[in-house]
Write a protein that binds this ligand. Structure first.
Ligand SMILES: Nc1nc2c(ncn2[C@@H]2O[C@H](COP(=O)(O)OP(=O)(O)OP(=O)(O)O)[C@@H](O)[C@H]2O)c(=O)[nH]1
Ligand SMILES: [Mg+2]
Length: 379
């Protein structure tokens, strides 16, 4: 269920035999985002190894470390579809009639808005859909539904990117990942799951308990560290920036592949707490130039349009490089991904969705795939 690929060549080479489902994004990436290199089913993390010291020694080769398990992925997809069923039903019932008319488009507009898609993405989807209906001369509402799946997939596709460990040039060692988000979004749980995948793939991971706000937060991360047998740097009542500095320094000294910093939940309106996050980011850069390589925002998929507001605010403060969207198993409506994608397109910069979570179990966190997501929503 976990697959990743050790890159010994420039990561523009897609691993042989892998589905080339990570398309070239139509828009420029977030500034610090490494180029997408490889993608597999399940949780895929591309690992770029540092080039061999002798010039010309390493021939380009991709080493599959763990084979993906398609059945695990398909089970996960059906649970994703189940989570999105209510929203999906609201959209697909629009296509049960016999005519393609203005009433159909009006109903679709309402259904998309109810699905948290937001006005800009809804209008974009409708315009693109009408254009394709005209082009294909579709006459049957079922055909329009299939076209909507294409339109949605195309809108979401720039969000589909693998997290790259090691950086585009293999020089980001350790790769430092800072994880942020509002309270209870699923940061610590997502870190735990990601750590497990990385540790199982022989990546040396070190966790930084930079959520020094609550003692329970340290303990929660320590449980994940213990479970996954990875090291953790934490300080009782310490300063989160100092903990992050120590962790990155320790990660460098100990030859770690990945350092992941958990941070305390905060609202983007809490100015002093957002300043604290910026300080953590600056301090990490002092411990390792170029770090953090990834600044992730974990968003709870249930928060609807507020999730987009969170993305905007955290991005403005920190320059996000990726998202993890959790809790798409509950009452989440899913359309917010379209809203995020449209916002990215309007901004001419994409903050990709590395993972989506549909539950609390390890295997509930998986990579985001635009086509699969559109199908889960509309099938
Ligand atoms: N249903 C569901 N629950 C989830 C998911 N991800 C996390 N949770 C649960 O959400 C709750 C909060 O998760 P945490 O990982 O502690 O969230 P956090 O963002 O670290 O929270 P703070 O550190 O308090 O800000 C826990 O009960 C998790 O088990 C998910 O994808 N689906
Ligand atoms: Mg936490």
């Amino acid at each position: 269920m976990f697959s990743f690929f050790k890159k010994k060549s420039p990561p523009s080479v897609v691993a042989p035999g892998l589905p080339e489902s990570a398309p070239t994004p139509a828009l420029p990436a977030a500034p610090t985002l490494p180029a997408a290199a490889a993608v597999g089913v399940g949780v895929a993390v591309a690992v770029a190894a540092a080039p061999a010291p002798q010039s010309g020694a390493a021939a380009p080769v991709d080493v599959p470390v763990a084979a993906p398990a398609p059945e695990a992925r398909s089970g996960w997809l059906s649970r994703l579809a189940q989570g999105l069923r209510k929203t999906g039903a609201g959209i697909t019932q629009v296509f049960t009639g016999t005519r393609i008319d203005e009433a159909l488009y009006e109903d679709l507009e309402s259904a998309l808005l109810l699905a948290d898609t937001g006005l800009p993405a809804t209008q974009f989807l409708l315009t693109d859909l009408k254009r394709r209906v005209k082009e294909t001369k579709a006459t049957d509402p079922a055909a329009v539904k299939a076209l909507l799946a294409d339109v949605l997939t195309d809108l979401l596709r720039p969000l589909q990117r693998p997290l790259v460990i090691g950086g585009a040039d293999g020089q980001a060692s350790p790769t430092v990942i800072m994880v942020t988000g509002v309270n209870g979004a699923g940061k610590t749980t997502s870190i735990g799951k990601l750590t497990r995948y990385l540790a199982e793939a022989d990546q040396k991971v070190l966790l930084a308990a930079a959520d020094t706000f609550r003692a329970a937060a340290r303990e929660q991360l320590a449980v994940w560290a213990g479970r996954n047998r990875v090291e953790i740097v934490s300080q009782e009542g310490g300063d989160p920036a100092a903990v992050s500095f120590d962790a990155v320094s320790a990660g460098r000294a100990r030859g770690c592949d990945v350092v992941i910093a958990d941070t305390a939940g905060r609202l983007p309106t809490q100015v002093h707490l957002m300043e604290e996050l910026k300080k953590i980011q600056r301090t990490i850069a002092k411990a390792m130039p170029g770090a953090p390589h990834e600044v992730l925002l974990v968003v709870d998929g249930n928060t609807g349009q507020n999730a987009l507001a969170q993305v905007k605010s955290f991005d403005a403060a920190l320059g996000l490089t990726g998202l993890v969207v959790t809790k798409l198993d509950g009452t989440a409506k899913g359309g917010v991904l379209a809203a995020i994608a449209r916002w990215g397109a309007e901004q001419q910069r994409v903050v990709p969705v590395y993972f989506i979570g549909i539950g609390e179990k390890l295997e509930d966190l998986q990579t985001f795939d635009a086509r699969e997501f559109a199908q889960a929503l509309l099938d």
